[in-house]
Design a protein around this ligand. Structure first.
Ligand SMILES: Cc1cc2nc3c(=O)[nH]c(=O)nc-3n(C[C@H](O)[C@H](O)[C@H](O)COP(=O)(O)OP(=O)(O)OC[C@H]3O[C@@H](n4cnc5c(N)ncnc54)[C@H](O)[C@@H]3O)c2cc1C
Ligand SMILES: *[C@@H]1O[C@H](CO)[C@@H](O)[C@H](O)[C@H]1NC(C)=O
Ligand SMILES: *[C@@H]1O[C@H](CO)[C@@H](O)[C@H](O)[C@H]1NC(C)=O
Ligand SMILES: *[C@@H]1O[C@H](CO)[C@@H](O)[C@H](O)[C@H]1NC(C)=O
Ligand SMILES: *[C@@H]1O[C@H](CO)[C@@H](O)[C@H](O)[C@H]1NC(C)=O
Ligand SMILES: *[C@@H]1O[C@H](CO)[C@@H](O)[C@H](O)[C@H]1NC(C)=O
Length: 484
């Protein structure tokens, strides 16, 4: 027994000890940026992750760079320190364990790299690689401009833009990543490059979906779009058969190409708590138009009221954010994509959910949302392998929030069962698409391979070219990695 413990120590200790050594070297090289457990900065960084899974991890230290050169110094140092692993963190909104945090490694908290700059012609907003969208919107509102960012407070550029990004403007302009002019990136060698359509074009394209596989992005140069007031409404309904049927019909019609309105983006939320079921719609319109006719079929369903306002985007983000949990104890999420089917198929998807979700009735603190949402209308400037200009793709985002780790396996098995049945049903009717949206996926979903062989091969080639030693594959293990 005693010997066994000693052996364990012999194996476990040197790695951790050497990470602490790396932290100390980093601290000596770049004083004032390294924070150790029990410091206020370390604590507040850890406690600001969205999910309990991420808050449960304990890096040996947290590095908070304030400029690109410090990120470069960090990469050079950490690649020189044999077994030190690291994680990169933006807004910290990914749900699953280890996406943007790490046990016994170094977490790079990018949020001090939050620069903001608007080009002279106002066409490009240059945002730091750790900027938070809800801090950026108020700076653009006075110009009647916006960028393609998150729809609730706290979402970071780093994860959102590199993983796609679904926004209020996505029906008109695609994913956030389709609209990035340039990325300043620190590569595995520590070299800083600026990737655009004309310089490092392969890297530029790979970063449009490639997540954290190619480097640490220290600046995003995003296209700006005119936006003054927009319309936002959130209506709640009783969860009844007639309300569900009306939604199945209204949503299927809304998604038909003949009804396509590029200003309209919405979500239908079916939700469930231990207390019961509910339905609500979030409806957005990126023009200064109240009650646009495109939503009539929804707003005419007898409802329990809710918000309806013309407001600037920063206010809409605040208001919509109040509908979702600000943080979660535990969470789990799966996603799927399909082509818009007739109403009867939606009804079947609702029933598959409704029949099985009650198995979670006793899960403490449960809040489940089954979100139906139009896919962005992309022009194809990304790695997703989706058809350009297609207006009638839909995604489901099934997310559970709850209190206690001891419910993890039950929640995961019920959500997996529902999604498996929904996929099988959609497949049998010819509507299922392979594509999995990275930013709504669980790590168990094989995201990158669903974008098609051509995309995966390209991503792998770009990784071999810019990161020949596989630093972002092996030393930064959190994320959807390119080589299995
Ligand atoms: C409440 C809520 C609302 C959401 N709303 C939306 C929405 O409206 N639309 C949408 O599309 N998605 C939405 N999401 C999903 C969101 O897009 C993803 O969680 C996204 O990854 C968040 O980015 P982040 O920087 O906050 O995340 P993090 O968890 O910090 O990072 C995500 C990943 O990106 C990597 N990364 C972070 N910064 C960098 C960087 N600078 N360089 C390289 N890699 C980096 C990390 O290593 C990590 O793997 C929502 C999520 C939540 C919880
Ligand atoms: C940091 O958090 C730990 C654990 O919650 C707590 O014991 C400690 O007092 C905190 N330290 C500071 C400086 O906030
Ligand atoms: C923004 O739009 C509002 C409403 O149309 C207008 O009154 C204001 O002058 C605009 N501001 C700028 C800077 O263009
Ligand atoms: C898609 O849009 C982006 C941003 O406007 C642009 O850079 C790109 O060239 C467009 N691609 C196509 C195929 O139209
Ligand atoms: C919702 O249900 C409650 C309770 O059954 C009922 O009193 C109310 O009238 C219903 N509201 C609508 C809009 O259907
Ligand atoms: C979590 O569940 C375990 C096992 O059921 C229980 O012992 C514990 O008290 C629960 N914790 C909380 C915070 O509810």
């Amino acid at each position: 027994m005693y010997r066994f413990v000693l052996q364990l120590l012999a194996v476990a200790l040197p790695a951790v000890a050497s990470v602490v050594q790396t932290c100390k070297r980093l601290d000596a090289q770049i004083p004032g940026r390294v924070f150790y457990p029990d410091s206020t900065t370390y604590n507040s960084s850890i406690s600001s992750y969205y999910s309990g899974q991420e808050r449960n991890l304990n890096p040996s230290c947290i590095f908070r760079p304030t400029k690109t050169s410090e990120v470069s110094q960090f990469i050079k140092l950490v690649t020189d320190c044999g077994d030190t692993k690291f994680a990169v963190r933006g807004g910290g909104h990914t749900l699953w364990t280890g996406a943007a945090n790490i046990d016994d490694g170094i977490t790079v908290d990018m949020r001090s790299l939050n620069g903001f700059d608007l080009s002279k012609d106002h066409k490009i907003a240059r945002l730091g690689g750790g900027a938070i969208f809800s801090d950026v919107y108020p700076k653009l509102v006075p110009f009647n401009l916006t960028v393609m960012g998150g729809r609730v407070p706290g979402i970071g550029t780093g994860g959102f833009v590199t993983g796609g990004g679904i926004t209020f403007l996505s029906r008109r302009h695609g994913y956030s990543c389709d609209n990035v002019y340039g990325y300043e990136v620190v590569l595995a060698s520590g070299k800083v490059v600026y990737a655009t359509e004309s310089s490092y074009p392969d890297l530029w394209l790979a970063l449009k979906g490639g997540s954290n596989n190619f480097g640490i992005v220290t600046r995003f140069d995003l296209a700006t779009f005119p936006l003054g007031n927009m319309w936002y409404s959130d209506l709640s309904y009783n969860y009844t058969d007639s309300v569900l049927l009306a939604h199945a019909k209204a949503f299927s019609n809304f998604m038909k190409p003949v009804n396509y309105d590029s200003a309209a983006m919405m979500g239908v939320f079916l939700y469930y708590t231990g207390q019961g079921f509910g339905v609500s719609d979030a409806m957005w319109y990126v023009e200064d138009v109240a009650n646009p006719a495109v939503y009539d079929a929804f707003t005419k369903i007898p409802n329990l009221g809710g918000t309806s306002e013309l407001a600037t985007v920063d206010k809409v983000v605040e208001t919509f954010g109040e509908n979702l949990p600000a943080t979660t104890g535990r969470s789990y999420q799966l996603t799927l994509t399909f082509q818009n089917p007739p109403a009867a198929i939606y009804t079947e998807l609702f029933q598959i959910w409704e029949k099985r979700i009650t198995a979670l009735a006793n899960v403490k603190g449960l809040f489940i949302e089954f979100l139906l949402q139009p896919q962005p209308v992309t022009n194809g400037t990304n790695m997703f392998g989706l058809a350009a200009g297609k207006t009638d793709d839909v995604l489901i985002d099934m997310t559970a929030a709850y209190d206690n780790e001891s419910d993890d396996s039950l929640v995961a098995s019920v959500i997996n069962d529902i999604v498996k049945k929904q996929r099988a049903f959609l497949k049998s009717r010819g509507y299922l698409l392979d594509f999995i949206y990275l930013n709504y996926a669980d790590i168990s979903q094989n995201v990158l391979s669903t974008w098609g062989k051509t995309s995966l091969t390209k991503l792998q080639a770009v990784s071999k070219k810019y990161d020949p030693k596989g630093v972002f594959q092996k030393k930064s293990p959190g994320g959807y990695k390119l080589f299995k």
